[in-house]
Design a protein around this ligand. Structure first.
Ligand code: PLP
Length: 556
């Protein structure tokens, strides 16, 4: 590709993204087009663009891709091309082959899972990062990559009200504090990194005096039955658990470890009615394990569970961790972002001053979920940077350099699993500067307001019920069972409602299965608000469609 070809193709791609964002309603000066309205002709493509209009987003028939399994695989050639292909061939294939298989996560009617929202400044930061092609494994391999990361994470820590124990620096050119932070790929990587550090700390503490410290099955992880599956996966990767863990059954809570594939070093602690981990049962499980000669390594508390936005009691979990020398990691992948709004801190961390976090060894949240920063970007904070680096640092001779040897710099390869790393701080920096803290706070507050609005709409229609207390911008709900209707029928009815609402093409919602005490777990719908362009009209639109779908579904 020549410079000019690159420039023209690049303009085409950028204008495609601009049109796509405009179609999603990202720009105040370009209102969103409805899902079935034809796109206007592209005005931004220069006359000598390789294929004018080729990459315009087209009609968005459905938020959810309607692609069938194997559809793309069926048309992509089995071998890579032997001869170079022109850009026009690629751009046309993006439009014709790729776009039909794309689910529109940036659509204002996307309410599924948790969001992965994006923004124009973040995309520019990502583009610049790709263009610079920096690999920031060491400070020496690109000092700006490391130092910008340190500073933007401190900005975010201060903005979110995190205790000073998680900051890197107090002054711009001061020394490093004991704590610190790093941008990881995901919250899943964060819990794995925390576990590896916790395991090292436990092994160092017990050394060879305790045989359990020398065999993985003696090392224990505790989290709630509503915690994200990434906690179990981290234990699987770290060799503490052979596979998926059964639900929070009595056997899992107290059973021996290392007996059969279903036994593991992960204890899933049951939750209370609010979805919070039962810390009385946590304490009992930890004490029983210690009594049996096992070593509690990690307690993972969740601040904002995936299914229903339940919040664990961080202070209580922290006290148990402190008493028994376990590492407390707080996974707040989605909710933690809202900590930039001071009035939301009490809901997230248990107290408005975030004091419970003083008992945590690490905490993470994802700007890539709710802070306009496109995937991937997990902000991971640790109270003792040495505990982390002593578990992950390796210094092969070919990476030795004077800056690392001086001890005056941070080498982020020692804070993560992989050696290499992208310049992710650029996009977060662009976002934080482009919106300012007030812009970001307004963004979060509006989503929480919209969730409150949706909750009120639900309460106004007797056919629906809230399935859990609303947490920030997540509402779990379902169609109420009719008199005498079985749990299975109610679940099936709600599954049909979900299918019907998604089939409109105008919205995308997902489901969860929530525990219901002694009763069977319930299938519920989730409305997670966090899209960059989601506004009141979109929430009212999904509500109108839900009511209409509920009317057609009836009660089975
Ligand atoms: N933890 C919680 C509470 C989550 O809700 C999620 C995803 O929704 C994750 C972890 C995993 O996030 P990631 O994709 O960043 O690994």
């Amino acid at each position: 590709m020549s410079r000019d070809e690159f420039l023209h193709a690049g303009e085409e791609v950028l204008s495609f993204i601009a049109d796509y964002f405009a179609a999603m309603g990202f720009f105040a000066d370009a209102p969103a087009r409805g899902p079935s309205t034809p796109p206007p002709a592209s005005t931004s493509a220069p006359a000598d663009t390789l294929i004018p209009d080729r990459l315009t987003p087209g009609v968005i028939a459905s938020v959810r891709s309607l692609s069938k399994p194997g559809e793309l695989l069926g048309v992509l050639p089995i071998n890579a091309p032997t001869e170079p292909e022109p850009w026009r061939a690629l751009s046309s294939d993006v439009q014709n082959l790729i776009m039909p298989g794309v689910t529109h996560w940036q659509h204002p009617g996307f309410f599924g899972y948790f969001p992965a929202n994006a923004s124009p400044p973040a995309v520019l930061g990502e583009l610049l990062s790709a263009g610079l092609g920096v690999q920031g494994m060491l400070w020496a391999t690109s000092p700006a990559c490391t130092e910008l990361e340190i500073r933007v994470l401190d900005w975010l820590a201060r903005l979110a009200g995190l205790p000073e124990r998680f900051w890197n620096q107090r002054e711009p050119s001061g020394g490093f504090l004991p704590g610190g932070s790093v941008i990881l790929t995901t919250a899943s990587e964060a819990v794995l990194v925390a576990l590896v550090a916790a395991r090292k700390r436990a092994i160092d503490r017990f050394g060879t005096n305790n045989p359990a410290a020398n065999v993985q099955p003696g090392l224990m992880v505790y989290t709630s039955s509503q915690a994200h599956s990434s906690v179990i996966k981290a234990a699987m990767v770290a060799g503490l658990c052979a596979g998926p863990v059964p639900d929070a059954s009595e056997e899992n809570l107290i059973g021996p470890v290392g007996r059969g594939a279903q036994q593991s070093g992960v204890r899933l602690i049951p939750v209370d009615d609010s979805g919070a981990m039962r810390t009385d049962l946590l304490r009992a499980a930890v004490e029983r394990d210690i009594h049996a000669g096992r070593i509690p390594v990690l307690i993972c508390a969740t601040a904002g569970t995936t299914a229903s936005m339940g919040f664990d009691d961080i202070r209580a979990a922290g006290q148990i961790a402190r008493t028994h020398n376990a590492w407390l990691h707080v996974d707040s992948a989605m909710a933690g972002v809202a900590s930039i709004c001071p009035e939301m801190r009490a809901e997230i961390w248990g107290d408005a001053r975030c004091e419970g976090l003083n008992l945590a060894d690490s905490v993470c949240f994802n700007p890539h979920k709710w802070l306009l920063t496109n995937f991937d970007c997990d902000a991971f904070y640790v109270a003792d940077r040495k505990a982390l680096t002593s578990a992950l640092a390796l210094a092969p001779s070919y990476l030795k350099n004077a800056a690392s040897d001086s001890g005056a710099v941070v080498d982020y390869r020692d804070w993560q699993i992989a050696l290499g790393r992208r310049f992710r701080a650029l996009k977060l920096w662009f976002v934080m500067r482009s919106y300012g803290s007030t812009g970001l706070q307004t963004f979060i507050r509006e989503h929480v307001r919209l969730a409150q609005l949706f909750e009120n709409l639900l309460r106004s229609d007797h056919r629906f019920e809230l399935a859990a207390e609303r947490g920030l911008s997540l509402v779990c709900f379902r169609l109420r069972p009719s008199e005498g209707q079985s749990a299975e029928r109610t679940d099936a009815m709600n599954a049909r409602l979900l299918e019907a609402i998604n089939a409109t093409g105008r919205h995308l919602l997902t489901h969860a299965v929530l525990p219901a005490g002694a009763a069977p777990a319930r299938y519920v719908l989730r409305l997670a608000i966090g899209g960059s362009a989601t506004r009141e009209e979109h929430v009212r639109a999904v509500w109108d469609d839900l009511r209409r779908c509920a009317g057609t579904i009836g009660t089975l």
